[in-house]
Design a protein around this ligand. Structure first.
Ligand SMILES: Cc1cc2nc3c(=O)[nH]c(=O)nc-3n(C[C@H](O)[C@H](O)[C@H](O)COP(=O)(O)OP(=O)(O)OC[C@H]3O[C@@H](n4cnc5c(N)ncnc54)[C@H](O)[C@@H]3O)c2cc1C
Length: 392
């Protein structure tokens, strides 16, 4: 593999780095899970979009640059190295958009994607229900046929950003006679529509990063069905592959964290503690391995855009390999940082830079759960990647 970047990629990296150096907020924005922080993150997304940097890999007509997967990876490296804000629109950007590019109509793409890119609409993912998490096919929320569309009823939960978001996408049971994976329809709806109630859920860090969504005969027009009614499961599995693949947690994120960890160790680490030094090195090796995995996927895909690449590499189930890897790496990396900091890790005030490690650690703990738990991913890897017999 030739790891030299060509001149076009080098120029692109320089443009991205220069823009970010001039625009990334300092001090960092308040938490995205507060009303003020959410509005500020939304405004930052609009600035990114104006520079045509919000969705570099999308087609030009929707606000992108048709960038290759390699250029997208480079964008992500620079974004995280510069300490760019959390992408407030991430569920829309990394789950809904690829789904619409693959399964939506031309009308849906033209209507939804440019507004999504500019964060004029921020989207929440409304899949999980109180009785349907890992076992998503157990979902019970309903879509009932009505004149010109559907009426949605039921309860969704753990919906990230739904407290402040504008719209949501989710799966609904449209054929009450069908069971499990059959008779499900993939729909989009307004979170401000009549019949929608949102109840915030406070998470470990004290902010309401999620919400429950209650739906009571919420009208959705036919134009907001993705794919064919009843074909929701197949489309959702394609969405899930995108959610678990490179897009949601790109290698650049972990390279940036590992580089900060090395810096922390060099500043305050105890050189006599060789065991801890080994963990610091392991975290960096893990991040670098994931980065090289990204380059490998990019080189296998040739010059194609990210939208053409099966998430995670050659096959959809391979996305599960990456998901288990990055989520466990993130926990180990942050645990190591807390151990380097020692007792100070837990004593830092909210405005002290080291506090970022504690916040990062608390969020890292969720990585093995969201986007499909790691236990489920291990079953997918065992059965569909390795071809082992199905468990009982
Ligand atoms: C930070 C965060 C953000 C989230 N954001 C969203 C969102 O935006 N939208 C959304 O719809 N959902 C979201 N979720 C929900 C997430 O998708 C679910 O939490 C996840 O799918 C697990 O479902 P559950 O919580 O119901 O746990 P359960 O499915 O009840 O699982 C409980 C435990 O049992 C294990 N388990 C269950 N079944 C099996 C099995 N067959 N084999 C082995 N082990 C098993 C699980 O691995 C887990 O350890 C989010 C979750 C988190 C933590």
């Amino acid at each position: 593999m030739n790891l030299d970047f060509d001149a076009g990629v080098v120029d692109f990296r320089a443009e991205v780095a220069a823009w970010l150096a001039a625009h990334v907020p300092d001090p960092p924005l308040p938490s995205v899970d507060t009303a003020t922080g959410f509005a500020m993150h939304r405004a930052f997304e609009a600035e990114l979009a104006a520079a045509r940097l919000a969705v570099v890999d999308w087609p030009v007509e929707y606000g992108g640059r048709n960038a290759s997967l390699l250029e997208w990876l480079v964008f992500e490296e620079e974004y995280h190295a510069a300490g760019g804000p959390v992408r407030v629109g991430q569920n829309g950007l990394f789950v809904l958009a690829p789904t619409l590019l693959a399964h939506g109509t031309a009308e849906q793409r033209a209507r939804i994607l440019p507004r999504l890119a500019r964060a004029e609409d921020v989207w929440a993912q409304a899949w999980s229900e109180p009785g349907a998490g890992s076992d998503l096919a157990a979902l019970r929320s309903r879509a009932v046929r009505t004149d010109g569309g559907w009426l949605l009823s039921g309860q969704k939960t753990w919906s990230s950003r739904a407290v402040f978001a504008d719209r949501a996408f989710g799966l609904f049971r449209s054929d009450p006679g069908a069971e499990r994976h059959h008779g499900l329809t993939y729909l989009m709806f307004d979170l401000g529509a009549d019949g929608v109630s949102i109840r915030p859920i406070t998470q470990l860090d004290g902010e309401a990063g999620f919400a429950e969504i209650f739906l009571d005969d919420v009208f959705v027009p036919d134009a907001d069905v993705i794919g064919e009614p009843g074909d929701g499961w197949r489309i959702a599995m394609s969405s899930a592959g995108h959610e678990r693949g490179l897009p949601l947690r790109s290698p650049g994120r972990f390279m940036a964290a590992a580089t900060r960890l090395i810096d922390l160790w060099q500043r305050i680490g105890d050189p006599a503690d060789t065991a801890l030094a080994g963990r610091v090195a392991d975290a960096w090796i893990g991040a670098r391995a994931y980065q090289l995995h990204g380059y490998r996927v990019a080189s296998e895909s040739g010059a194609g855009s990210r939208a053409d690449v099966p998430p995670g590499g050659a096959a959809g189930a391979n996305a599960s390999l990456g998901k288990v890897f990055w989520s466990e790496l993130d926990v180990a990396l942050h645990e190591t940082a807390l151990d380097v900091l020692g007792p100070a890790a837990e004593l830092t005030a909210p405005d002290v830079p080291e506090r970022r490690w504690l916040d990062g650690y608390l969020f890292a703990l969720a990585g093995p759960i969201y986007a499909g738990t790691n236990e489920i991913q291990r079953s997918v890897i065992a059965e569909r990647v390795l071809g082992l017999p199905r468990g009982a």
